[in-house]
Write a protein that binds this ligand. Sequence first.
Ligand SMILES: Cc1cc2nc3c(=O)[nH]c(=O)nc-3n(C[C@H](O)[C@H](O)[C@H](O)COP(=O)(O)OP(=O)(O)OC[C@H]3O[C@@H](n4cnc5c(N)ncnc54)[C@H](O)[C@@H]3O)c2cc1C
Length: 478
Amino acid sequence: MFDCLIIGGGVIGCSILKYLSDYNLNCALLEKGEDVGVGASRANSGIIHAGYDCKPGTLKAKLNVRGNKLYEQSCRELKVDFKKIGSLVVSDEKGLEEIKKLEIQGILNGVNVSVIERKEILKIEPNVASNIKFALYAPDAGIVCPYKYTIALAEHALLNGQKIFTDCLVKGIEKNKETFKVKTDQGDFECKILVNSAGTHCMEINEMAGAEVFPVSFRRGEYFVLDAKERRNIHTVLFPLPDEKGKGILVAPTVDGNVLYGPTSIKSLDMDDTKVTKKGLEQIKESIGKTYKSAHIENAIRAYAGNRCIVGEDFIIKESETVKNFIMLLGICSPGLTAAPAIGESVSENIVKKLNSSKKDRSEIVFRDEKIKASALKRRELRKLIKQDGSWGREICHCEKVTEHEIVEAIHSVLPARSFDAVKRRLRTGMGRCQGENCYKGVAEILARELSIPIEEIKSRDSGGEKVLKQFINKYRV
Ligand SMILES: Cc1cc2nc3c(=O)[nH]c(=O)nc-3n(C[C@H](O)[C@H](O)[C@H](O)COP(=O)(O)OP(=O)(O)OC[C@H]3O[C@@H](n4cnc5c(N)ncnc54)[C@H](O)[C@@H]3O)c2cc1C
């Protein structure tokens, strides 16, 4: 019997599990994917929003602002890269009123924001488009790698005694008097408290539990990923003025040195819709030049899409009124990544109160080790490691300079990487210019050897994004 079971291993479920692992509790997370962070938490912009664009008084505003405050410390603790690079919402002459409205909203939410003019804008971002006159500057916005952060949360929870079951699809829920029986394709699990953080599948889980059902809609967001050489052109997160569909198509660097253009916001009827379409890419291409003068679509190396789940205007985070001890997290769209530590903190506090459990002493908490990256070492340091273990000298991914040693370490880590994509999410193999063409075989061979499975069984997810991107780029290549 588990004290608490969490359904869904995105950034929200993993954050709740991480915060629960500070207590003397026996909890587990059930994830249908082969790894954590494979839903919306894999495919978003990676922006830690400052919090000026949520309506004052909403859960979104409160949790965004608190989440933003917690991120730096959270990433330091989890050994995940975080960069506070600030953000600009830019407009031409006509947009000043809208910018001022955002400023007031930001001030009401307790966010550090100011309206600045072109001269000041150019000091922060020299590559804004020539028509840009005004901007809302939010110095506290940041960037993070969303899936590495999710993996780190999960690993922290595992190191501190909690459990994660991947490839574990929840198929049914039975409520007994004081407990739940959760039926999965790995058998039945029992718990006292059940948390629904199943992302776009949240309403399916509510239905299984017999809890409240709300109307739900989905919006797909497509992106271009640019080659690392574009990183020198962009210094902050650059947004247009928001509209009714969301924050608009942005330009942003990633913590790992690429650049993103996107996302679109396209209505979808499918909760698993992560299609990349030529129409969507076309829309990004048309929009980007309105805010940014250095767009180089020809340097795109990949395209991908994520799916947002929308349930009304605000996040719904509460215990069900019809099913006792069933905690619902519904409609966790943007700024869910930003809010994740604040959601983990507040949801875990409620669970702990219900279970009346005690907090561990800080000295009992186990923290993740910082992993050595061959690409960050000086030649002398790498040579020293190679003398101890030859696998440090076998470079498998030449674009990102990843060695056999690091891949083996990821496969045997506390949350084992068991597919090409799981290795990729941890180490960036296949994320360079060649997009895995040169390293796929090498990584797959190591996976097969280390996991003692035939190489044909090594899984790789293909979203079809690369094919659409190639057709798109060929059309525009001069
Ligand atoms: C295009 C886009 C851009 C975004 N940009 C930002 C941003 O820059 N900043 C920001 O703060 N937020 C952003 N967001 C929002 C953010 O990505 C989400 O709020 C966040 O990732 C939601 O996390 P989650 O854990 O709720 O959902 P998910 O990450 O989707 O996780 C849910 C998990 O539940 C699992 N699951 C579902 N059904 C079952 C089942 N039956 N059994 C077991 N497991 C199940 C799924 O496999 C999945 O892994 C963006 C979202 C999108 C789509």
